[in-house]
Design a protein around this ligand. Structure first.
Ligand code: NAD
Length: 229
């Protein structure tokens, strides 16, 4: 079968070797923080300073991080593959962009700020403060441009179309625990795609893939890309 369109979904595991902690691994972010305290709209309403501090700290960590061999390999694939390569990421870091790739940020990004009043977006300052005014409407309604638990991920219509027309779906460094992203493999396979999982270890959704390879992303991803090009 000719592979004309490849759709890649990345998760926290692809950035782990760049020093950005994953969410669910031992020692990951949810071992140190409670989701309910920092990553829900209710948490922001209850204690906005705590939520802004958490994201300011994460943004600073990401600002200093460098893309690794897996990010670079995907950028090379996107530039050099004779067909189309879509990259959808659940990550809110910008390591794909720093590595030279174009990605769809379904869970938002640390590097933009969002106005909760008018929906405007602008480059996030290094530290967001409570009551920062929106540069468009002037309302003191700045918030991190990240999709919190209970909110609807971005670009879902476009992602749905992409999954319908892909020949190969590849999942990299994601636990398969967070929906709707965890359901993408089912949608792609139902539309006729082959599916490959590249992850450190078996995930909750490994049985849904036609093939799984286990190991660190910085080894698996460049080897897979070199095999394709
Ligand atoms: P997760 O923490 O649930 O799962 C990470 C997966 O990556 C695990 O299956 C783990 O085995 C695997 N992994 C760990 N180290 C790896 C490595 N070196 N190579 C390959 N695989 C490795 O993360 P997820 O599935 O992305 O969870 C989704 C949520 O996490 C999303 O909401 C996302 O926004 C958020 N998140 C993003 C970042 C980031 O932007 N870098 C970091 C943490 C969490």
């Amino acid at each position: 079968m000719t592979i004309e369109t490849i759709t890649i979904l990345t998760g926290a595991g692809i950035s782990a070797e760049s020093g950005i902690a994953t969410f669910r691994d031992p020692g990951g972010i949810w071992a140190q923080y409670d989701i309910e305290d920092v990553a829900t709209p209710e948490a922001f309403a209850r204690n906005p300073e705590l939520v802004l501090d958490f994201y300011n700290m994460r943004r600073e960590k990401v600002r200093k991080a460098k893309p690794n061999a897996a990010h670079h390999a995907l950028a090379k694939l996107q530039k050099s593959y004779p067909g189309t390569v879509h990259i959808i990421t659940q990550n809110v870091d910008n390591l794909h962009e720093k590595g030279g790739a174009e990605v769809i940020h379904m869970h938002g990004a640390h590097h933009t700020a969002l106005c909760a009043a008018c929906g405007a977006r602008w480059p996030a300052p290094p530290a967001m403060a409570l009551h920062d005014p929106c540069p468009e409407c002037g309302q003191p309604a700045t918030r991190p441009d990240v999709v919190w638990f209970g909110e609807v991920p971005y670009h879902m219509d476009r992602i749905g179309e992409i999954l319908q027309s892909t020949d190969l779906f590849v999942s990299i460094g994601t636990s398969g625990a967070v929906y709707p992203a965890a359901g993408f493999v089912r949608l792609a396979r139902a539309a006729g795609a082959e599916a490959l999982e590249l992850n450190l270890e078996r995930s909750e959704i490994t049985p849904l893939f036609t093939e799984s390879r286990h190991g660190p992303a910085t080894e698996l991803v460049p080897a897979w890309v070199d095999g394709l090009l």
